[in-house]
Design a protein around this ligand. Structure first.
Ligand code: PLP
Length: 400
């Protein structure tokens, strides 16, 4: 059987092809800071790049390399690079393709720290930032300037689940030679493959679905070889690398990624439908619902050779505003297996309050402009038995 005949998941599981020196079945953790040379000449050649081989773990490590190969394959990119966190990935990628004096266009709703990275840190470094409502792709052209270098967005966006038409925005951005960077953490490559829709670089918080077990902080960027090489040069100097042991953990998490995603998709869809029908629930934001304003677009772009689904994240509002929401979350925190915590994409169902938790740093009026109201509750739907999740929600809804 030729390589191309294997399914994507088989290929993902059985990368790398090369056997490790001791024939261990699982991937070894090369827990070392440095690598020894056979001679001065050997060292000089490896350092200059004339000869292949490892030098120092900040520059490269065999365990990390295997994770990078798997991620490139998973996201349909040529190459991948991993980082100490999602934020390290995003910040390093941005400073690779924009410098002081350059202009960046961002989607208006972003992960809280990403918002703060753009609106504070990168602005302080002299970059110009515009937050743009990209639900209408044609808005992009209105904001493009001479010095625009990057368009950056999330879809679905955290926490309102707004969708951006990846193909349309990419096509427009290409006309102006912009780097198109998309955070695919929420959708995951199981449901959406931005590179196949025209995006240059996909970034991830591996902390979430890709590791999937809530025990690692890690990030990644995937794209064309030449772009990732440029990012690698920056990472080596900035230094936010992922240690070998955490690389191994993510490789292990990745082994069950597709199975977990099937279940996250299924449970979230069922819970979204349950909440939508409930009399105490005012509104549910989930791209898989027919009532979701951008459902058609979500359906169009959220499908891949792995499967199709709308992810494990949903938000909703209760009648009665924040007072009721607070009561709801406090009850769960004390009386349920559903825990109150930020983060997402692990096996367990988590709820949190974006306005006071993940998006607390954003000024209130900006929050409202982005659709983050005080009454919004976000749920990361886990892979528990669905009937138990529904039962917990039914109980707490009865209580409030
Ligand atoms: C968590 C998250 C990040 C940041 O990742 P860390 O691993 O926490 O640094 C970025 N984007 C999204 C959408 C996230 O959910």
């Amino acid at each position: 059987m030729k390589k191309k005949d294997y399914g994507l998941i088989t290929k993902l599981l059985h990368l790398p092809k090369k056997k490790n020196p001791e024939n261990s079945h699982t991937i070894p953790i090369f827990q070392t800071s440095t690598f020894t040379y056979d001679s001065v000449d050997d060292g000089a050649k490896k350092i200059s790049g004339e000869k292949e081989g490892y030098v120092y773990t900040r520059i490269g490590n065999p365990t990390r390399k295997i994770l990078e190969e798997k991620l490139a394959l998973l996201e349909h990119g040529e190459d991948a690079i991993v980082f100490a966190s999602g934020m390290a990935a995003i910040s390093t990628v941005i400073v690779t393709f924009a410098k002081s004096g350059d202009h960046i266009i961002c989607g208006r709703t972003l992960y809280g720290c990403t918002d703060s990275l753009f609106s504070k840190q990168l602005k302080n470094l002299g970059m110009e930032i515009s937050f743009v409502d990209l639900r209408d792709a044609s808005n992009l052209e209105k904001y493009i300037r001479e010095n625009t270098k990057i368009v950056y967005f999330e879809t679905p966006a955290n926490p309102t689940m707004e969708i951006v038409d990846i193909k349309k925005v990419s096509k427009l951005a290409k006309k102006y030679n912009l780097k198109i960077i998309v955070d695919n953490t929420f959708a995951t490559p199981y449901n959406q493959l931005p590179i196949t829709l025209g995006v240059d670089i996909v970034v991830h918080s591996l902390t979430k679905y890709i590791n999937g077990h809530g025990d690692v902080i890690a990030g990644a960027a995937i794209g064309k070889k030449e772009d990732i090489e440029k990012v690698r040069e920056k990472l080596i100097d900035f230094g936010g690398i992922l240690g070998p042991e955490d690389c191994y953990r993510v490789i292990r998490g990745l082994a069950t990624f597709v199975l977990r995603m099937e279940r996250h998709n299924e449970n979230a869809m069922k819970l979204a439908k349950f909440l939508e029908r409930h009399e105490k629930v005012k509104k549910v934001y989930y791209p898989g619902l027919k009532s979701f304003p951008q459902h058609k677009l979500a359906k169009k772009q959220m499908k891949t050779p792995y499967g199709r689904g709308f992810g494990g994240m949903l938000s909703f509002e209760l009648y009665g505003g924040f007072g009721k929401g607070k009561k709801f979350m406090n009850y769960l925190a004390r009386n349920s297996f559903i825990k109150l915590a930020v983060s997402l994409g692990c096996t367990d169902t988590l709820v949190q309050h974006p306005a006071s938790m993940t998006h607390a740093k954003i000024p209130k009026k900006d929050k409202l402009a982005k659709g983050i109201t005080d009454s919004l509750i976000r749920v990361s739907v886990g892979i528990e038995d669905y009937r138990d999740i529904e039962e917990e929600f039914r109980k707490v809804l009865d209580y409030v």
